[in-house]
Design a protein around this ligand. Structure first.
Ligand code: FES
Length: 180
């Protein structure tokens, strides 16, 4: 051992101890922060996020006469640690439009976020909160409706006899359809 090194040993040991403690501290903070960021940015981790299309209903479950029917949307929620299948993320009305295409509407009213009902007798959607009304195809019916836009239509595809929907939520109270 070089005698000149001896006085420096305790300082070096102290430096290494502090460096290790600092590294452990950084890891302890950075890992949960990164996990939080992942959850925040993950599409289906957020309730309103659009992910891959999810199977919502069989095609034959949708009336052929254009009357909408409400379905829950279940999706796989993924966060940093878990992957949970069949988590309810919202609901949609599905209806057959002219020509057989399937339309999907988010059940959330674009005015302030209440859930709209479909009134069979009146053949329109009604929001119970402030009485906005919407045609079966999602357009605003009564011009006095406070909703700034029609119901939010979602992308659909029909595959293997089932309807798949790209579910997402949009901001309430805006004239334009802006992702939530
Ligand atoms: S929340 Fe639907 S009309 Fe106000």
């Amino acid at each position: 051992m070089n005698p000149k090194d001896s006085p420096a040993q305790p300082e070096r040991r102290e430096f290494i101890t502090k460096a290790c403690a600092l590294t452990a501290g950084v890891v302890a903070v950075a890992v949960p922060a990164a996990a939080g960021l992942f959850v925040l940015l993950d599409p289906l981790g957020r309730k309103g996020g659009a992910g891959e299309p999810v199977r919502v209903a069989s095609l034959e479950a949708i009336p052929e006469d254009g009357v909408p029917r409400k379905f829950s949307v279940l999706a796989t929620r993924v966060d940093a640690w878990n992957r949970t299948p069949n988590v309810p993320v919202g609901a949609v009305y599905l209806r057959r439009a002219a020509g057989g295409a399937v339309q999907a509407f988010n059940v959330v009213c674009p005015h302030a976020g209440c859930f709209v009902d479909y009134v069979d007798d009146a053949k329109h959607y009604l929001c119970p909160c402030h009485n906005s009304t919407f045609e079966a195809d999602g357009r605003i019916k009564d011009p006095k409706s406070p909703s700034p836009r029609g119901l939010d239509e979602l992308e659909t595809e029909v595959r293997e006899g089932a309807v798949w929907v790209k579910f997402r939520n949009y901001r309430a109270g805006e004239k334009d359809k802006l992702p939530a």
